[in-house]
Design a protein around this ligand. Structure first.
Ligand SMILES: *Cc1c(COP(=O)(O)O)cnc(C)c1O
Length: 318
């Protein structure tokens, strides 16, 4: 599968006066620069799913997401580019003024709206290669015919495989990797490729993100990649800011300030929370006990998602 764009992303050192004197070196893996529309980890997660769909001679992708989902936008674009049809099963009701849905439609995605309850039924079981689909999917097959199913958020073993290609691209030395977490797929891919002396910190964007532990286990197993003897990761559930797609003034202020000082734009749903958490932990690290102590080199993964700002504006949250 040729997407004819960059396959890897650069690493950039963050020069921020606010970090001066902290003794922490901050590097950012700019996966947000991989592609304008299939941004960041969504491209990583789609790569092997699209390859598998093509190998299985599928012509249609079907996936799930909320009305402002980065994954929906990315899948619509990637399918269009690969010459595949796509169907997006969307939680909630249609809104023709929603920029994400407009984008998906423009790239040929057929949208199918379901109630929250129906959506839960459809997405509850992680559907993946080799596992039977839940009964609720029969109705989708009846309606749409044959399709290759990609779970919500690209959360399957093939998605993990794509995310396992992030760290091997990095030539710089680092001690701690930080990433934002939604489904935990990116975290799983990073965890599988960590060296023994490195640590991994996940920042769930959702409230009560500790459910992720089991998901990360499941996803790692499903990828069939071999885990290192110790998988050294922690979740920091303190920085969800009220939950998924919630915006707080201090978060917005942080994201704007970071953008001004460093030239790097963060997304409002995931990476702004992660970076806020990193800065907070560096401050605490000056006197308390966090993995981000003086002398550490931190590699933060910019997982992309900048289209999320349009959704935030549309909902008048920024
Ligand atoms: C989807 C997304 C995530 C969440 O990734 P998971 O692999 O689902 O944990 C993180 N950051 C951005 C910018 C995203 O769009």
């Amino acid at each position: 599968m040729d997407f004819s764009h960059k396959n890897s992303s650069p690493v950039q050192e963050v020069k921020d006066p606010e970090l001066e004197g902290s003794g922490v070196r901050l590097l950012v893996k700019r996966d947000d620069l991989i592609h304008e529309h299939i941004s960041g980890n969504k491209w990583r997660k789609l790569k092997y799913n699209l390859r598998e769909a093509t190998e299985q001679n599928h012509h249609t992708l079907l996936t799930f997401g909320g009305a402002y989902s980065n994954h929906i936008a990315a899948t619509a674009f990637a399918a269009h580019k690969a010459g595949l049809s796509s169907i997006g099963v969307i939680r909630g009701e249609d809104d023709p003024t929603n920029p994400t849905l407009q984008f998906a439609r423009k790239h040929g995605m057929q949208l199918h709206f379901v109630s929250r309850e129906e959506y839960r039924k459809l997405t509850r079981v992680g559907a993946c290669r080799g596992t039977p689909l839940p009964p609720a999917h029969d109705a989708l097959e009846e309606k749409f015919g044959q399709f290759f199913l990609i779970p919500e958020g690209g959360a399957n073993g093939l998605g993990v495989r794509g995310c396992a290609e992030i760290l091997p691209e990095v030539e710089e030395d680092f001690d701690v990797v930080c990433c934002a977490a939604g489904t935990g797929t990116t975290l799983a891919g990073l965890a599988l490729t960590l060296k023994e002396n490195q640590k991994l910190l996940g920042f769930p964007a959702l409230r009560g993100g500790s459910f992720l532990k089991d998901e990360v286990e499941r996803l790692m197993a499903e990828s069939r990649l071999r885990a290192p003897s110790t998988v050294n990761y922690q979740l920091n559930t303190d920085y969800h800011f009220g939950g998924y797609a919630k915006m707080k003034p201090e978060l917005l202020e942080f994201a704007n300030g970071f953008h001004e000082r460093t030239g790097i734009q963060l997304d409002p749903i995931y990476t702004a929370k992660m970076m806020f958490g990193i800065y907070d932990m560096i401050r605490v690290g000056a006197y308390g006990n966090t993995p981000l102590q003086k002398g550490t080199t931190v590699l933060a993964i910019h997982t992309g998602g900048l289209q999320g700002w349009q959704g935030m504006k549309h909902r008048r949250l920024v």
